[in-house]
Design a protein around this ligand. Structure first.
Ligand SMILES: [Zn+2]
Length: 337
């Protein structure tokens, strides 16, 4: 289509070509029309929505990362402070101060006074692996320690070897060879699948308590530290004797506390928790700890890789916490279960 307009200069008519509505081509008009096209509008809204979601996720991720970083910093600081506290506390226990000062500090052991004690275990190596600190502390106090081991530990057909290892380890902890009794009974074989009868154990135990006239009986608690059924069976036999009032009145009964897996491998870093939660405890010096570790190494037939790690990290190599039980405790425990 051609439109005519007057020319200002010479008054002639100039023909200016103008596109029809179909032929019209203007980028601005095209963009606007594209913008308002329903399909394009929807695409753009989707894009904006995706951008908004991406921005939100990004912000969320950055916030989490920031707080995680801060939390990790705090955890590291708390762990560091706790470790320093443990080391200071441990140093204080063995710091050489006069007796006047000593009483203001935490004691390194708290056990009832006794001159004759009986330790009852299930297998050769239990006496060091779990009760090493208690034996050493009792011996340091000039208490005569008797060991009653209820099986030869013949599960892997190493009974005779383990018997000798028991004597060697006990001797290295200061237990006299004649004070060790090893039971090799048909019904008390080292086997986690074999049920040890309460009455059989109780008979063995009572015979020893009465004949040795001990003032202290030390054994496992109901969880047996490692959860071994033979360990737990000794506790139930002891509890039944307490319940029936057959333990002599002058004999106290202490059971070794089972702690959770985390505390079990904290070595001296379990010290504050033990001192806070336990009424009877023993904490060994670093040197005495080495004596227990060396005694454990005498159980050479048991020295597999995880036992080597146990020797290094276990709190039972340096700390024992024990709970005194009596008839009312056992009654309450039965009612509770
Ligand atoms: Zn055992």
């Amino acid at each position: 289509m051609i439109h005519s307009s007057p020319d200002d200069t010479n008054g002639s008519v100039v023909n200016i070509p103008i596109a029809s509505s179909e032929e019209f081509y203007d980028p601005t008009t095209l963009t606007q029309s594209a913008l308002f096209h329903p399909d394009h509008l929807e695409d753009r809204q989707q894009q904006q929505e995706q951008l908004r979601q991406a921005a939100f996720l990004d912000a969320f991720y950055n916030t989490v990362l920031h707080y995680l970083h801060e939390t990790l910093d705090h955890i590291v600081l708390v762990l560091l402070a706790y470790s320093v506290l443990c080391i200071i506390l441990y140093k204080l226990l063995f710091h050489r101060l006069g007796p006047g000062y000593r009483r203001w500090l935490v004691r390194k052991s708290h056990l009832p006074p006794c001159t004759r004690a009986l330790l009852v275990t299930a297998h050769p190596d239990d006496e060091v692996m779990f009760f090493g600190p208690t034996i050493l502390e009792l011996r340091r106090r000039q208490c005569r320690v008797f060991v009653l081991c209820l099986s030869e530990g013949n599960h892997d057909r190493k009974g005779p070897i383990r018997r000798q290892e028991l004597w060697d380890a006990c001797e290295s902890l200061g237990v006299r060879p004649e004070d060790i009794t090893l039971v090799n009974a048909t019904h008390l074989q080292d086997d986690p699948t074999l049920e040890w009868k309460t009455v059989t154990i109780a008979n063995q135990l009572l015979r020893q308590v009465e004949s040795l006239d001990v003032e202290l009986l030390v054994t496992f608690d109901k969880e047996g530290v490692s959860g071994h059924p033979n360990h737990c069976a000794i506790y139930y036999a002891t509890a039944s004797l307490c319940l029936s009032g057959m333990i002599p009145s002058n004999c106290k009964v202490l059971t070794l506390e089972t702690v959770n897996l985390c505390r079990k491998y904290l070595s001296i870093f379990d010290l504050p928790v033990t001192l806070l939660l336990s009424t009877n405890w023993v904490v060994l010096s670093w040197r005495a700890r080495r004596a227990v570790q060396n005694a454990m190494r005498l159980h050479n037939s048991q020295m597999v890789w995880f036992r080597k790690l146990y020797i290094v990290f276990s709190r039972y190599m340096v700390i024992n916490s024990l709970r005194e039980i009596n008839k009312s405790d056992v009654e309450f425990e039965i009612l509770d279960t």
